[in-house]
Design a protein around this ligand. Structure first.
Ligand code: ZN
Length: 345
């Protein structure tokens, strides 16, 4: 089949590749419609590796996908052939200790699309477990369906934060994950989100999504802003989504006593975690690795209209333009958030 193949670092090709896939009794075959380009796809393209995951053989990219079920295994009750769906890209071993604990995202044996050596889905079809394939509400487009994967990260972060109605949250970083975390935090009951970045176009877009107060940290001091808003008390929750070492080291500054920090972004290097400052606030600190159990909730929020991800989809490319789409994503202008590739018109 025709696929977007990462041959090696810096080398992409839209070419034929044989991916033999037989459909099991609990699997479905999906015709891929839309695939979002993720920061991780781009990083494999430009660096050939992410941490311990190294591209050693040609690998198909893409893991943020939606499509239509074209074949269902003998035991599959849902989804059905013809259903529009999106897919959770990580498949754990259901018998693993982590999966049995409900922590299936932490199964060391999880097979995740476009994480070496597992092929991604920038290709016409894929076979996937029905249990990790979710029917889209009628009001949710294929483009929005392909946004469920990044939204799931924000949903998982908001779940870990154990938000309460009326909470004030800070989201550090207005990239795609910061944006979806802000949306998930608002849907989860936050009265307002304060979002930070240094790129003004991203902040302007974020401010248009809801009760979101942008703070350009090149011009304004975040702690001053939060103290002014809360009479010196602080924010209930801080989501670190920038992956920037300096920002991540500052998570306790705007936090209220007894508040919660959720680390979402992945800094390239260890951060200066200030235990002494943290201790005076007795915060709860959470981390997230991808997500678990949140796709149905994300789709329910999209279906009801409570979360609208459409403004985040800023650039759309055809399948034949896939290489150009990745070159665009490598040098994404600050006004762009998410680029997607459409395989089927
Ligand atoms: Zn992604």
């Amino acid at each position: 089949m025709q696929a977007l193949v990462l041959e090696a670092k810096d080398r992409l090709a839209l070419r034929e590749i044989a991916i033999p896939e037989t459909i099991g009794s609990h699997d479905v075959r999906i015709a891929i419609h839309t695939v979002g380009i993720c920061g991780s796809d781009v990083h494999y393209y430009t660096h050939g590796a992410i941490g311990p995951f190294v591209v050693r053989a040609p690998m198909v990219l893409g893991h943020e996908a939606s499509g239509t079920v074209v074949e269902a295994g003998a035991e599959v009750e849902h989804p059905a052939v013809g259903d529009r769906v999106c897919m959770e890209p990580g498949i754990p071993d259901p018998n693993s200790r982590a999966a049995r604990l409900g922590l299936y995202n932490l199964d060391p044996a999880v097979r995740f699309w476009a994480t070496p050596p597992v092929h991604g889905v920038l290709r016409p079809t894929v076979v996937h477990p029905a249990a990790f394939t979710f029917k889209l509400p009628d009001s949710v487009s294929f483009a929005e369906g392909a946004m469920v994967e990044p939204l799931a990260v924000g949903m998982h972060a908001a779940t870990k934060a154990r938000l309460q109605p009326g909470d004030l949250a800070v989201v550090m970083g207005a990239g795609p994950i910061g944006m979806v975390t802000a949306l998930a935090a608002l849907a989860g009951g936050c009265s307002q989100v304060v979002i930070t970045d240094v790129q003004q176009p991203k902040l302007d877009l974020a401010a248009s999504l809801g009760p979101i107060r942008p703070v350009n940290v090149a011009q304004e001091n975040l702690v001053d802003v939060i103290h002014a808003m809360t009479g010196g008390w602080g924010a209930d929750v801080v989501f670190e989504c920038s992956g920037n070492e300096r920002a991540a080291a500052g998570v306790f500054g705007p936090l209220r006593p007894g508040g919660t920090v959720v680390f979402v972004g992945m800094p390239m290097h260890p951060i200066a975690y200030d235990v002494a400052t943290a201790a005076t606030k007795e915060p709860r600190v959470e981390h997230v690795f991808r997500y678990a159990h949140v796709y149905p909730r994300a789709l329910a929020l999209m279906g009801s209209g409570k979360i609208d991800v459409k403004p985040l989809i800023t650039n759309t490319f055809g399948f034949d333009e896939s290489v150009a789409a990745f070159d665009f994503a490598v040098q994404m202008p600050p006004s762009s958030v998410k680029a997607q590739i459409v395989l089927e018109a």
